[in-house]
Design a protein around this ligand. Structure first.
Ligand code: MN
Length: 749
């Protein structure tokens, strides 16, 4: 029985996809022999049966992780090789591939009993099995593939190894250790699936990839599968109509053919989404058909003509692998057209023989020739494939690949399991780290969207910004008009991208706040000097005081880098403010720090700054840190920054608050309150603060979430005792979840 020719069609239907279907029960000796005899002329049935018994005897009582007897594994491996219709030496090598590694049998024993050929194959597979692939570096994958191709000297070694790996992947769920499953899956994804593709075993490659994908990235696979199912349900009617159109077209043109619908695998979609900035729909929303003509190459071009006459083709997607086959021998016409209803439809057009090659790859060239069943080198070369018996030719091809990226993309994929896969309403895939929330999503889509994000709808439902996203979620961001960092954003983000952008936003807002504060201070100073602020042009006095703009001036004053006293001096040279300043309301700022803080080691004239990280408050323990060129920065002893100087005690300066600070000054304490979303909650909080003798300067209301609101109070206090009292008063309220003194707000900068 010839392996190519008239019976091709029937054979393809028998074993679609090579190495595909497998029964749960392994074949008996008789069944295996019968299956091989059905396609293999000149089979030595005794010898094959002998190999079966040999494997069974020597694996003995050994068990697989599944609990099955070990010898069932080599039997399954040989069955996969039978589906590829390989020669008896290869089938026998499949049966014996583990005996040298796992039993007391030596390679010599195999050689004596089954001959040189089988022993070489078993030896090659054993060597491959012993290689330890460690994929710490992705570059390794490429080298490893080259290494395998260059060292094995018979393509059948690779075929047995692929069958071995296929059965191991099909039964991988029996392995208890996740680490081991991951290692095997990664090796399969990065080494063996690409090698299978390289020798034209596309179906083998796809299945290996999909099973590895399931181990390495179950969340991504699930997300893809869900979306594919949705899409399929949505498209059902359209698909049927297109299918009928194609049948009608082929009938009208009198083309004899088989038409197959093709489904995309979750992994194939995923790979494209990973590689390009395109949407799920762009990749998945294309119907795909294969037309297998009952004729020759000319008939393929005729079908192409029929399709292109009726529907317009997308020229950039047309590929002619019939006149120029792929290096592995693959032949087919690929075209994508715009069919009825503007649907994109992808076609592969090929003859039965080309289809057989595409299904079986290099294994398609095993035939009976010169009284021997085996690889027909001439036929293989004629098909554009030149493996010799030696794989060096393949490794050459590999090195001269036009587009090495296509081959290497598998190795480059990031297969982090710590991910969650979500979609925009238009279907673009957004990959985020596990635990990500809507703000992370928004920033991943676009910075402008993140900056204005005020809410989110997840799968159509309004949800809080605190919602942790799940695989497959479709997230729609609700946007406000102005860019604004929501209060409590540190707790609402996990990605560095979102955090960096929000930090920037918060900094801008802070600069604004300083400008406003500076403006207020100037107005107050002017009033004290009996000048009506309404008549004063800020831009003019800014220029006179040496600033380039009024914004620069107000910010400098707000930050206490420039005092209002100096400013008034500039406007009215010689003006001395009355010394009627209310010392009991002296604000604790850098200008007054020297009056508020004392220490034995302080030399007169040394510049003191209040820590912008911790806002020290009179009454709490403080410490000074010498900053070269800046003087001394006063920190609260509990400030995290202080810990950074643990190993530089020479920079520490002992400091205390002065009596003036303890009795006559006010400092600003920043307090963050998380409170239940009740009507009038703000009034309740303000009353409590006032009753505890706190003077509220500003309140920033955080955006309302489903059930809570974040509020940030700046409160004037005279000392730390007051802060403690205010916190206690707030915490005693039923509506308050937490109330804390905030010291970290600038810490993140
Ligand atoms: Mn094995």
């Amino acid at each position: 029985m010839a392996a190519t020719g008239a019976s091709t069609a029937k054979r393809v239907e028998d074993a679609p996809g090579g190495m595909r279907a497998s029964s749960v029960e392994h074949l008996t000796r008789e069944q295996l022999v019968a299956r091989v005899a059905a396609y293999h002329p000149g089979l030595d049935e005794e010898r094959l049966g002998d190999a079966y018994d040999f494997a069974r005897t020597h694996h003995g009582e050994q068990l697989r992780a599944s609990g099955d007897p070990y010898y069932s594994h080599p039997v399954f491996v040989s069955e996969l090789l039978v589906q590829l219709r390989l020669d008896q030496d290869t089938i026998i090598a499949g049966l014996l591939h583990d005996v040298v590694e796992d039993t007391e049998i030596s390679l010599e024993d195999v050689r004596t009993r089954f001959g040189e050929n089988v022993a070489d194959l078993v030896n090659g597979v054993t060597k491959l099995t012993q290689l330890e692939y460690n994929s710490e570096e992705t570059k390794q994958a490429e080298n490893f593939q080259k290494f395998i191709l260059a060292t094995i000297n018979d393509i059948r070694v690779l075929l047995v190894k692929l069958a071995d790996r296929m059965h191991n992947m099909r039964t991988i769920h029996h392995l208890k250790k996740q680490e081991k499953r991951q290692r095997i899956a990664r090796e399969t994804m990065e080494i063996y699936a690409p090698l299978a593709r390289r020798i034209g075993l596309y179906h083998v490659a796809s299945e290996l990839e999909d099973r590895s994908f399931q181990q390495l990235n179950p969340e991504a696979r699930e997300a893809m599968t869900l979306r594919l199912q949705q899409l399929e349900a949505e498209n059902k009617i359209d698909l049927e109509r297109i299918r009928e159109d194609i049948h009608a077209l082929m009938d009208a043109a009198n083309v004899k053919c088989r038409i197959k619908g093709r489904r995309k695998t979750p992994y194939s979609i995923w790979r494209k989404l990973e590689r390009k900035q395109i949407s799920f729909r762009d990749v998945a929303d294309i119907f795909a058909f294969r037309i297998i003509v009952d004729g020759d190459a000319a008939e393929c071009y005729r079908v192409l003509g029929v399709l292109h006459t009726v529907w317009s083709c997308l020229p950039e997607r047309f590929r002619d692998f019939v006149s120029v086959p792929k290096p592995n021998g693959y032949q087919s016409l690929h075209t994508t057209v715009r069919a009825s209803g503007n649907r994109r439809v992808e076609f592969q057009i090929r003859t039965e023989e080309m289809d057989h090659s595409a299904e079986y790859g290099v294994a398609a060239h095993w035939t009976y020739k010169n009284l021997q069943y085996g690889l027909d080198l001439d036929a293989a070369r004629k098909a554009g494939l030149d493996p010799e018996a030696n794989l060096r030719a393949f490794s050459e091809l590999f090195q001269h690949e036009h587009d090495p990226s296509e081959f290497l993309e598998h190795a480059k994929l990031e297969m982090y399991r710590e991910n969650v896969f979500t979609f925009t309403p238009k279907g673009r895939l957004i990959r985020l780290p596990a635990g990500a929330m809507p703000l992370d999503f928004a920033y991943e889509v676009h910075t402008a969207i993140g900056n204005t994000c005020v809410g989110a709808r997840i799968n159509g439902e309004p949800r809080s910004l605190r919602t942790v996203l799940n695989n497959g979620d479709v997230v729609e961001i609700i946007r406000g008009r102005e860019p604004k960092a929501p209060n409590g954003w540190t707790a609402l983000t996990v990605t560095g991208k979102a955090k960096a952008a929000l930090r920037r936003l918060a900094r801008d807002k802070e600069a604004n706040d300083f400008r406003r504060l500076g403006y207020d201070l100037i107005r107050k100073a002017l009033r004290r000097a009996d000048i009506d602020p309404v008549g004063v042009r800020m831009d003019h006095i800014a220029l006179r005081a040496g600033f380039t703009s009024s914004d620069e001036m107000t910010a400098a004053i707000g930050r206490s880098e420039y005092s209002t006293k100096e400013l008034i001096q500039v406007i009215f040279p010689g003006y001395e403010p009355e010394s009627s300043v209310d010392r009991s309301k002296l604000r604790l700022d850098d200008d007054h720090a020297s009056e508020m803080v004392s220490g034995e080691a302080l030399t007169p004239g040394v510049t003191l700054h209040l820590g912008q990280c911790c806002y020290p408050i009179p009454g709490e323990r403080i410490i000074g840190i010498r900053e070269p060129g800046q003087g001394i920065v006063v920190h609260s002893i509990s400030c995290d920054r202080v810990a950074e100087y643990d190993d530089q005690p020479e920079r520490w300066v002992d400091l205390q608050w002065t009596e003036l600070a303890k009795t006559g000054a006010v400092a600003v304490a920043r307090i963050r309150v998380t409170a239940a979303n009740h009507r009038g909650v703000l009034a309740t909080l303000c009353t409590a603060v006032a009753q505890a003798n706190g003077n509220i300067l500003t309140v920033n209301t955080g955006r309302r979430h489903e059930d809570y609101t974040d509020l940030l109070f700046d409160i004037e206090v005279e000392d730390m005792k007051r802060v403690t009292q205010i916190l206690a008063a707030l915490r005693s309220l039923a509506v308050v979840d937490t109330a804390v003194r905030e010291q970290e707000s600038r810490h993140e900068d």
